[in-house]
Ligand binder design. Structure first.
Ligand code: KG4
Ligand code: ZN
Length: 361
């Protein structure tokens, strides 16, 4: 099987081609950094226009680098949500147009499912596993039982973890994109200088909260002598913030691992995914929790943690194997929780015909 993936749900315009042997034949990502930098964050209208401007060229490049013809494709997978609705519409309608003109099936992919299944593409991880999804819009612990079968153990009750990184970067004058800038600054900083809160740490359950931490960073900035962080202040605050996030993630993940292990004694696997999973310090903290509880941890390489179309193509391919395709009037969705991706009723039995007319593996 060979699938073309299209991703436009935020500020990356991306196209990729992957095959059923877990080979990434091409993976083209255009980050719209320059378009949004002046505004200190992603401007939805500018993002949509940039997707319109660049997507055709990005798809063309992905197909050429993969040395693949449209006639060779088993399907076209496009992100159908959740995300910035204008951008999602651009990618989805482009995917529909390619599907209509080539006669190949469309798979309308949930962006979170793309992140959730990405470690199966990069590391061949088997079901079931526990997923820690850390992105710009989400922070969740999810049991992944199979394609389309997800059960949420916990989620953030306010901000997403990536949002906390981005807002902290803005307050510290570190610019955009925020997450990598905070990680870089934190390397030079003293994590013990600022005493920041660890929301929900020590409490039962697997939910997260980051808004109190964000507010504490704002108060710390306001408390600096001249109220503008100098390089040393910014580094110390970035390190203190990142350490607090690490403490929270370690605590909540430990609770989830315990709950998960009670139900799945023989599948002690944690997958970490989403843009914030590119953070080396946080990966180490989570790996330490896994090691202490006899879990193995997998995380895609950093460039496949942040938004990309290879994960969308792969999620599409996994769904195609079950014959799960979508009609050309599939809607674009701003909101689309992972546990609503595929109710069991829409599921066809394994071994049913896929859209190529071959037996599914
Ligand atoms: O998964 P993603 O690329 O897009 C969404 O689906 O949201 O995640 C983007 C988020 C942004 O908040 C970005 O600041 C954060 O991931 N991020 C990081 C790092 N790289 C990206 N956060 C912390 N450390 C990083 N190295
Ligand atoms: Zn994402």
């Amino acid at each position: 099987m060979i699938v073309l993936g299209i991703e436009t749900s935020c500020d990356e315009t991306a196209a990729a081609v992957v095959n059923g042997s877990r080979e990434i034949l091409s993976n083209v990502v255009l980050s719209q950094l320059d378009e949004h930098r002046a505004y200190g964050g992603v401007v939805p209208e500018i993002a949509s226009r940039a997707h319109v401007q660049h997507l055709d060229g990005i798809i063309d490049r992905a197909m050429r680098e993969a040395d693949t013809r449209y006639a060779d494709l088993s399907g076209i997978a496009a992100t159908a949500g959740p995300g910035l609705i204008g951008g999602v519409m651009v990618g989805l309608v482009t995917g529909k147009a390619i599907a209509a003109s080539t006669g190949r099936p469309l798979v309308a992919v949930n962006h979170l499912e793309g992140h959730a299944l990405s470690a199966r593409l990069t590391d061949g991880i088997e079901f079931p596993y526990l997923l820690l999804l850390l992105s710009g819009g989400h922070c969740q612990l999810v049991e992944v039982a199979d394609v389309g079968t997800y059960r949420r153990l916990g989620t953030t009750i306010d901000d997403a973890v990536g949002e906390a990184f981005d807002k902290t970067a803005k307050m510290l004058g570190l610019g955009y994109p925020g997450g990598p800038a905070v990680e870089r600054a934190a390397r030079e900083g003293d994590p013990a200088r600022f005493d920041l809160p660890r929301p929900l740490r020590g409490r039962p359950g697997c939910d997260f909260s980051f808004s109190g931490l964000k507010t504490a960073v704002r108060h710390a900035v306001a408390g600096l002598t001249d109220r503008v962080p100098r390089a040393k202040d910014a580094a110390d605050l970035a390190a203190s913030f990142q350490t607090a996030v690490g403490d929270v993630l370690a605590d909540r993940t430990a609770n989830a691992l315990k709950t998960y292990a009670e139900r799945h004694a023989h599948a002690r696997r944690l997958v970490v995914a989403g843009g914030v999973a590119a953070n080396g310090y946080l990966r180490e903290r989570i790996e330490a929790v896994c090691a202490a509880t006899d879990f193995s941890m997998s995380a895609p390489p950093p460039e496949l943690c942040t938004d990309n179309a290879a994960m969308i193509a792969w999620a599409g391919l996994e769904r195609l194997r079950f014959g799960l395709t979508d009609p050309l009037d599939a809607p674009a969705r701003a909101r689309w929780p992972l546990d609503e991706v595929c109710p069991p009723a829409c599921r066809r039995p394994a071994g049913s015909m896929n859209t190529d007319g071959e037996d599914s593996p």
